[in-house]
Design a protein around this ligand. Sequence first.
Ligand SMILES: Cc1ncc(C[n+]2csc(CCOP(=O)(O)OP(=O)(O)O)c2C)c(N)n1
Ligand SMILES: [Mg+2]
Length: 349
Amino acid sequence: MDTLPLAVSGDDAAPLTPDQLRELYTLMASVRHLDTSAIAWQRQGIIPGYAPELGQEAAQVGSAYAVDTSRDFVFPTYREMGVARTMGVDMVGYMSTHKATWHGGLYNPLESRLAPIQAVVAGSVLHAVGWAHGQTLENTGGGTTGVAMTYFGDGASSQGDVHEALNFAAVMKAPVVFFVQNNGWAISVPTERQVAGGSVAARAAGYGMPALQVDGNDVVAVVEATRRAFAHARAGHGPVLIEAMTYRRGPHSTSDDPGRYRSLDEERDGAGADPLERLKQRLLAEGIADEAFFAEALAAAKAEEEAIRTGIQALGSRPGAEMFDLVFQEPTPALQAQAANWREESEHV
Ligand SMILES: Cc1ncc(C[n+]2csc(CCOP(=O)(O)OP(=O)(O)O)c2C)c(N)n1
Ligand SMILES: [Mg+2]
C-alpha cells in the first residue's frame, strides 16, 4: 500500500550510495550482535531483563537512518535498541535502562533526540504528537520543521491512545511519522487476533492520512519509505503512517517462552528471510562488499559489545531518593508523603 502523494527531491530522492549501503550493514551487524549478547547478559545476571529485536534490524536501522538529529525527535517503545544505536545514542547509557540503574536510562534525551524508553504500550505515540504540534506553533513563519517519529507495535495499534494520536495529528497537521513495526505478535497474541482488518496502514485512510506499507525486512525499502514520510511531514503536509511488515524472531522479552504459543515450524514460516543475510547477499551480488568487509563488521560489532558490557558492569547504583526528584517540577503532597515513607523505611534497612 502506498497512498503518499508527494514525490521527494534532492538528497531524499537520491539512491543510497555504496558507502551508505555498507554503513547500513555495519549498523545492522552491530545491532544484531549487541541484541543477541544482551540476552546472554541477562542469563549471566548482568542485566535483569531485556526485550530483544531479533529480525527487526532492517525496520529499526532503516527508519532511524532517515532521522536528522539536529532537529527531529524520536519516541521509542521498549524494543528500539537498533534505533538508539543508529541515532548515535551513548549505548552504555541506553542499555543501563535494562540494568534498571535509573528510570529511563542514563543517556540524555535532549542531546540525543531520543525520548526515554517507554514501557507503557502506545504511551510514546501521544507524546510525539504533542512535541510535533509544538514544532508547528514555533514555526508560524514557515521555515524548517523538526519531525517527530514515534514507534509502536501491531498490538499497540488497538489501544485508544493510538486513535487519539492519529486523529489529533491529522486534524492539526502535526509533523509526525507514525512508524508501526508489525512483527506479527503482541506477546503471545498473533496479529490476526489483535488487528481487525489485518492492516494498520489501511486505517490511516480513515484519518485522511497517507500511509505506506513496506517490507520491513528490506532495509533499503525502509530507508526510502521513511525519507519520503519525513519530507512530507517536514514540508507541512501533516503526518504519515508507515507499517513495516516484519517478524519478531525471538521471545517477547527474556522472561517469555514462545514455545508455549507457537511452534518452531510456525516461526520458520512466519520469519521469512533474515534481514541481515538479505542485505549481505545484495551487497555481494552488486559487488559492493566482500567477505573481508563482513568479517570486519563482525569484529567491530564484537569489540563494541565488549566495551558496552564493560561499561554496564562498571555502573554503580544510583541514590534511591532520586526516584522522587524528577517526577514533577514541584513535588505534590502525595509524592512528598511517599518520599517521607520511603526514607523512613529505608533508614531501617
Ligand atoms: C498500557 C499497557 N498495557 C499492557 C502492557 C503489557 N504489554 C507489554 S508489551 C505488550 C504487547 C505489545 O505488542 P506490540 O505493540 O505488538 O509490540 P511488540 O512487543 O510486539 O514490539 C503488552 C500487552 C503494557 N506494558 N502497557
Ligand atoms: Mg508486535
